[in-house]
Design a protein around this ligand. Structure first.
Ligand code: SIN
Ligand code: MN
Length: 203
């Protein structure tokens, strides 16, 4: 695999099919173990609205949201520590991310039928000097990318299973979201759905 992006949109690099199908299946097995230890939950926004995406995390810190707001916590809402980030996932960061440090958090998002994620920035981290690296598995998702500032035009691209996206440098704070998924478009997850992982340096 080369490390030249297939496509760069608004400064966001897309590596199409970075993970071969066997590697996707193996990673999914690793994630099933993560989810057994730290089950997926529906976070609430700070306004008390249930998000359509279910989430959990691996790593030293996990991302949570409730009426107290968005933040990173050392424990799953059940009180257990987040499980470690699987080696298969860390390998992507080590291949495409900056040298010298591993991510603190791997946020695991699960999109069932009808789930989506509104346009937002990833800005709950202490520094924006490190990229956010995202991995898509399973059903296709329509990923929308805007600018760093609010408003303005956006562009969209379908992310497919095995794709890796790097939001770094001037594109670290771009607005992004997932408008919809094509439920059942991939056979990786027998029951359908899309998994997205985002790797973040938090502190
Ligand atoms: C996210 O912004 O946390 C998820 C992005 C995606 O699902 O592709
Ligand atoms: Mn995000």
């Amino acid at each position: 695999m080369t490390d030249t992006p297939t496509l760069t949109l608004r400064g966001v690099d897309l590596y199409r099919g970075w993970l071969a199908p066997e590697a996707q299946a193996a990673m999914l097995d690793d994630l099933r173990a993560v989810i057994r230890a730290a089950p997926l939950f529906h976070p609430e926004t700070r306004w008390g609205k249930r998000m359509s995406v279910r989430m959990t995390s691996a790593g030293r810190l996990g991302w949570v949201s409730d009426r107290r707001g968005y933040r990173y916590e050392p424990r799953h809402p059940s009180g257990v520590a987040w499980p470690p980030i699987p080696g298969s996932v860390l390998a992507i960061w080590r291949a495409l991310g900056p040298a010298g440090r591993d991510p603190d958090c791997c946020l695991v998002n699960f999109y069932g039928e009808g789930a989506r994620m509104g346009l937002h920035q990833d800005r709950d981290e202490a520094s924006f000097d490190w990229p956010v690296i995202s991995v898509s598995l399973g059903d296709e998702g329509l990923f929308r990318i805007g600018g760093v500032g609010k408003g303005g035009s956006t562009e969209s691209v379908w992310l497919t299973s095995g794709d890796v996206v790097v939001m770094g440098g001037a594109a670290r704070l771009v607005h992004h979201g997932v408008d919809r998924i094509r439920f059942g478009s991939s056979r990786l997850l027998p029951q359908g759905g899309r998994v997205n992982l985002t790797l973040r340096v938090v502190t």
